[in-house]
Design a protein around this ligand. Sequence first.
Ligand code: AMP
Length: 458
Amino acid sequence: MTFRDFGLDEGLLEGIDASGYENATPVQEQVIPIILNGKDLIASAQTGTGKTAAFLLPIINKLLASRHDDQVNALVIVPTRELAIQIAQNLEGLSYFTPISSIAVYGGGDGSNFSNEKQALSKGADIVICTPGRMIAHLNMGYVKMKGLQFLVLDEADRMLDMGFFDDIMKIISFLPPKRQNLLFSATMPVKIRELARKILHEPEEVNIAISKPPAKIVQKAFVVYETQKNPLVKWLLKSTNLKSTLIFCSKKHNVKQLTAELKRARFNVKEIHSDLDQASREDVLLEFKSRRLPILVATDILSRGIDIDSIEMVINYDVPNDGEDYIHRIGRTARAETDGIAFTFISEKEQNKFNSIEALLGKPVDKEPVPEEFGPAPEYTPRSKSNRSGGGRGGNRRNFKPSGNSGNRSSGGHGHSGNRSGHGQSGQRHGGHSGHGNSGHGSGHGGGQGNRGSKPA
Ligand code: AMP
């Protein structure tokens, strides 16, 4: 199905085209007509399915006909700053040829961010993408123009509840006009999400895109090791693959720091990202990695969800993630859209049971690679749970595997522009090197020269 089939605005179709999208993804096929129809929606869809555009496109299309210039017209609430920034970038690509303005509102920046946000929120911005705490800070000050709000989106709602944002979400909603269209997206649908949906949504349509299964094109492998074998094995993997883009996950900040230091000592070009870094450093590192100037990034689960980085060739789980959803989110960082990828998980002896539960969720065992002989004997995979004693065997003899080719170079994320064609007052301000998210639309007057208008998304 093409985007033209939805009857979208020509300017929007141009932005879709420039973003490199040809056909609608399954979630887009289902969700876009429901939103265009004015219905509330509850959708279970993982990141990587194209869910962001699934809600942005119909919202932009509807706002083109109904936006109030001096109001916040749509509010998208998300769990993390990184996701807010990413959605804002996606939005700028898609809305590039429309007069829609947007701003990302999230904590952690310096004081100038806050005053830019304040200015935008008090003059109105078509679409605001926010993290809960920062939005409440603005709402409490009384200047946010919310009377004209038409759309509320809760993205990664399960993650927001896990992070304890329920009360914050309800508080934000108390500032919104009651008549609005509500859209809730969640990777999982536990009972508490159903409860939230009952409180917020009005006769919602429901869309379920099969969840909790990683895309088939991700090649999954595991190494059964002793804890002490993990560091040498990471180095061996990095050396023998020599890829342009590898993301390594550790559950604990402490491990991220230690592993990064160890890899630096071994002269790998590597950096770390975790919540101890300030916002600007996080953005810088992420940008370096996204643009492939940095080949290896070691991260906590801060990066496991929502964050879209094109063409990560390999994900290494230095440890077994805490649950199946986290595993799927982590390995889903590779093989985005049209690219292929490989994901390795290191399973120490005490992590075998945890990994076994993940395999149960996946519905099949993950292939175990033999640990190279130079690292000495490795443990057997014998998780206690009876269900999967064989554990997929230790078969295979692929010491020199080659990650399946990395074809894609889709244009997405990090669209290199910050203005829009109509010059709807975009200030084109940049935060920490990201391309123009958080354009307040109010800083430099209409068509101010700062917007990078010449650079159409690739
Ligand atoms: P999301 O699930 O929203 O995080 O999207 C995952 C990735 O797919 C992002 O890089 C999007 O830009 C990209 N994407 C979304 N929709 C499409 C589409 N219809 N065709 C190709 N890529 C898309």
